[in-house]
Design a protein around this ligand. Structure first.
Ligand code: M6R
Length: 607
């Protein structure tokens, strides 16, 4: 979702640094981009709808400026046009604002400003901020920002430049991600680390309601009332190589192929040399025998990982587990209290729906655990406890290796909790833990079928609809498989429990409609065979995903995809990879922008 970059430095390189930062932010998803710099004491703004290339083609990189802000916009209020793109500029042409979030009371503020004679040029909520800041400016960016914050309701990460205050950027955050990069004779603001990693590894994570003033050689952070506060910086350990395509045509393929390494890394870090799951001090305060229920809350792919986690926790830890979609959690009058452990799963750690759900769970007294991939992300700072998934930077909008890391982590967690609750014996624990060691090799074996999956993708690329069916945990993989297909290949794909299709949706099956039948659970194979026959009889093009040991389904399949004979409980971790590849190759076959699918954002920072 919207990306922010800001630079204050000694050298006149603002345009170059900002455009570079915007390039690194592209993966977040956007539909327009813009830049504002101070040039010879005056504000200069350029913005364009569409790809960043459009902006790059009209802006001169040799423009001299030591300070500026840039933005990639993911439209919420107002269609993606040049005018609605950020930065937004104040009535007096002095203040420019970039914003990620939504100002909920913008209409009221707009009315008031209009009554005072301010003319608006855009349809956005953000424009009110520029006019308000210019009206409130009293020579001090901190007191001005304090006053501005008091007038706004909603969510925001903000960066503001002002030609009347030309040596500083002022920024503020409320439930929107914003970091400060500390350089030598230069400092930065950004929505996330990749935008500034080329220049610095030292980062301050701004917390909710904090304000910061960024100068060339100084960064000052304030609380909501404008009192100076101390903030520690953190060192970013990963580097840009991990965030580059490394010869792959797309990040998505690279990230899928990193899955074996991600599993190994997770096991290497969270299983100690004695062969025990080891989360260090993370659960110091928790007595798992006193926990009555685990709730898992997440969005999208992370939610589907949570559904696999539910299965593991029930099986391995004997714990009542419920999984909820984060955006619905607050409205479902959640019954959580101090006897509940609520787990929030998020690749980015910045998904606003998950953050808001976390706040609700915390208010109700539940213990909260974040499972996130991005170091220092908001969710990890807001939760009582945090575990990192160690998948490395995931750039493609479609989440792949993060899912594998999340599910692997949930499997380890279920064993860890199960042993502490005495739901499983030490022998069962050892045996179940042992079984996961084949996983990375088996995922690697899936890649031998890449050509076959690619050929299959070419066969289904023209299809309008596809259905995915499975039973038990296979139904959860079906959901993830269908989501991948939808989001990057724009084929309308839906998933159903195997037995459910005939209660309505089977009416949509026509000659050649692809139906992906997932049957990795031994005791479900017969039932799935029947379901496959039902759709086959109505003309479906049946694609079966099963284990090598389950040949029975060959009789009904038009195409077969096999995975190795892994333990049933671990099959979801293996079966997801071919589903990801099928979606990937379908999108490629359609010539689509795989890593940056239309309308989507990598990290969804508005509710
Ligand atoms: O960063 P998060 O894991 O919290 O993101 C959650 C979803 O937005 C994300 O998984 C989304 O569904 C992906 N695009 C799926 O590939």
């Amino acid at each position: 979702m919207c990306g922010i970059i800001g630079y204050v430095g000694g050298a006149d390189k603002a345009v170059e640094v900002i455009l570079d930062g915007l390039t690194k932010l592209e993966y977040r998803g956007y539909d327009s981009a813009g830049i504002a710099i101070i040039e010879n004491g005056k504000l200069f703004v350029e913005k364009k709808s569409g790809r960043l290339e459009n902006l790059k083609s009209v802006i001169r990189t040799d423009k001299e400026s030591h300070l500026g802000i840039g933005h990639t916009r993911w439209a919420t209020h107002g269609v993606p046009t040049d005018v609605n793109a950020h930065p937004h500029v104040s009535f007096n042409n002095k203040v420019a604002v970039v914003h990620n979030g939504i100002i909920e009371n913008y209409a009221t503020i707009k009315e008031q400003l209009r009554a005072e004679g301010v003319c608006f040029t855009s349809d956005t909520d953000t424009e009110v901020i520029a006019h308000l800041y210019a009206k409130l400016f009293d020579g001090d960016p901190v007191t001005t920002m304090v006053a501005l914050k008091k007038k706004m309701r909603g969510t925001y990460a903000l960066g503001i430049v002002n030609s009347d205050d030309p040596e500083r950027i002022v920024c503020a955050r409320k439930e929107g991600p914003l970091i400060i990069g500390l350089g030598e004779d230069k400092n930065f603001i950004a929505s996330d680390v990749p935008a500034i990693l080329k220049y610095t590894r030292d980062v301050i994570f701004l917390d909710d309601d904090e304000i910061a003033v960024i100068e060339k050689d100084k960064v000052s952070v304030y609380d909501a009332e404008g009192r100076l506060i101390e903030k520690e910086s953190k060192k970013i350990e990963w580097d840009m190589d991990q965030a580059s395509k490394a010869g792959y045509p797309h990040f998505m393929l690279k990230e899928i192929e990193e899955e074996p390494a991600v599993v190994e890394k997770t096991l290497g870090i969270y299983v100690n040399p004695k062969g025990d799951v080891d989360f260090g001090e993370t659960f110091g305060k928790i007595d798992f025998e006193k926990i009555e229920q685990i709730d898992i809350v997440a969005c999208g792919t992370a939610y589907y990982a949570g559904l696999q986690g539910e299965y593991f926790l029930k099986k391995n830890a004997g714990l009542k587990t419920a999984v909820e979609i984060a955006s619905e959690f607050r409205y479902s009058d959640p019954f959580v209290d101090q006897k509940h452990l609520v787990i929030f799963i998020s690749q980015s750690g910045e998904t606003l729906d998950s953050i808001m759900a976390l706040k609700t769970a915390r208010e109700k007294g539940a213990k909260t655990l974040a499972i996130a991939n991005v170091l220092g992300s908001t969710i990890t700072r807001e939760a009582d406890m945090a575990l990192y998934t160690l998948a490395g930077p995931e750039i493609s909008v479609a989440s792949t290796k993060a899912y594998t890391a999340q599910v692997t982590m949930l499997y380890l967690l279920s064993l860890y909790v199960g042993l502490r609750r005495k739901a499983i014996t030490k022998a069962q624990y050892d045996q179940r833990l042992d079984k996961i060691y084949v996983l990375s090799e088996y995922i690697g074996n899936v890649f031998f079928q890449k050509e076959k999956i690619k050929a299959l993708a070419a066969e289904i690329r023209e299809k309008e609809h596809a259905f995915y069916i499975g039973r038990g945990i296979d139904e959860k993989i079906a959901r993830e498989g269908a989501l991948k297909m939808k989001e990057i290949s724009y084929v309308h794909a839906e998933s159903f429990p195997g037995g459910e299709l005939k209660h309505g949706t089977i009416a949509l099956i026509e000659q050649g409609t692809p139906v992906v039948v997932i049957a990795t659970q031994k005791d479900m194979v017969e039932k799935m065979l029947s379901n496959a026959k039902e759709v086959k009889a109505r003309g479906a093009f049946v694609i079966v995903l099963t284990k090598k040991a389950c040949k029975e389904l060959e009789e009904v399949a038009d195409r077969m995809i096999y995975i190795d004979d892994i333990d049933d409980m671990l099959a979801p971790l293996l079966a997801v990879t071919p589903m990801q590849l099928l979606a990937y190759y379908t999108a490629c076959a359609k010539g689509l922008d795989v890593d940056k699918p239309r309308n989507l954002a990598k990290s969804v920072t508005v509710e």
